[in-house]
Design a protein around this ligand. Structure first.
Ligand code: UDP
Length: 320
């Protein structure tokens, strides 16, 4: 019995592989290393280099390993890039996922944990956002993930695929050994840390004309270890016969870009040089989770909900 983790060399995937191993699961990773890092996966974890849409590769993995469930992390996940290169997002995140699902179902792997996103909601009309909130994404990234959600529901109905689609809010922070190392980096917290360290000249603040108290956009930041823990709970929920579900993962607290800048500067003990820039295309103004379903359905409890601890963990990891 083993779990196939796609994108296991990426940020959230690699932390989850660690968490699965700590719970005694056997793990197999497939990753094309387009954005991940080979060294983020321990040497004793079986590793397959390639695309999730490569049907013969997936067939080979299923033939060579006793896979009973798949956690699907691999995807492109930059809102701004998705607006500029939608073709790349729909091909990688949707078309390749369809091929992966075909091969899993053909191979009898009927449990699937999917990395979905709060970007599937679009601009919210109620805060906090619960899972019944309407879904009308403001960018191709969100649509590429929503298409997969719709496909999963249809496959449950037609083929009996059982899934948990976890709608992440903003993943942040690090464990002692795994953290965020995107290239190029586009996320707020790592860029603010780089600006504080003098590694980049300044942080760009994308827009201060949002309908929020300080005019900058608000997000709900969740520690990557808490995300990983929810994945382990989701797979065990499916193993125990749980029904397919869509579940938010966030802390229920919203912080503006300017608040993040303040906390980063407090944690690092240095100013974060910043300049004001126009809004980034595709960004909603405010995304805050109602994560009560994660607690009631999965029994999830965040261990590191405090923003300062989240940012400190990212800082420590960068400085290791
Ligand atoms: N942001 C910013 N400057 C940056 C990167 C991000 O002002 O250099 C803002 C971005 O517009 C959004 C928030 O910070 O409102 C979080 O962005 P991030 O890219 O970290 O995550 P996303 O919400 O896009 O998943």
């Amino acid at each position: 019995m083993a779990i196939l983790v796609t994108g296991g060399a990426g940020y959230i995937g690699s932390v989850t592989v660690e968490a699965l191993e700590a719970e005694g699961y056997d793990v197999v990773v497939v990753d094309n290393l387009s954005r991940g890092h080979r060294e983020a996966v321990a040497d004793d974890v079986p590793f397959y280099l390639g695309n999730i849409g490569d049907r013969s590769l997936i067939q080979r993995i299923l033939n060579e390993n006793p896979i009973t469930a798949c956690m699907h992390f691999s995807a492109f996940a930059y809102v701004g890039e998705s607006v500029e290169k939608p073709q790349m997002y729909f091909e990688n995140n949707f078309v390749q996922t369809a091929a992966l699902l075909d091969e899993l179902i053909a191979g009898g792997v009927m449990r699937f944990v999917f990395s979905s996103t709060c970007a599937t909601y679009g601009e919210p009309h109620t805060i906090p956002i619960d899972e019944k909130h309407s879904q009308n994404p403001t960018n191709p990234y969100g649509w590429s993930k929503l298409f997969v959600e719709r496909m999963l529901s249809a496959y449950d109905n037609a083929y009996g695929l059982r899934f948990v689609a976890l709608r992440y809010f903003n993943a942040a922070g690090a464990t002692a050994t795994r953290g965020e190392r995107h290239d190029p980096e586009t996320h707020l917290i790592p860029l603010a840390l780089k600006a504080a360290a003098g590694e980049i000249e300044q942080l760009s603040i994308f827009g201060d004309d949002y309908p929020t108290p300080d005019g900058t956009a608000i997000r709900d930041y969740i520690h990557v270890s808490d995300l990983a823990k929810a994945h382990v709970l989701a797979v065990s929920y499916l193993e125990n016969g749980g029904e397919s579900d869509f579940i938010n993962l966030g802390n229920g607290d919203g912080y503006s870009v300017r608040e993040i800048v303040d906390v980063v500067s407090r944690v690092v003990g240095r100013d974060v040089p910043a300049s004001l820039e126009p809004r980034r295309a595709g960004d909603p103004s405010r995304l805050i989770a109602d994560a009560s379903r994660a607690k009631t359905v999965l029994g999830w409890q965040p261990e590191f909900p405090d923003l300062e601890s989240i940012i400190r963990s990212a800082h420590l990891w960068r400085a290791r």
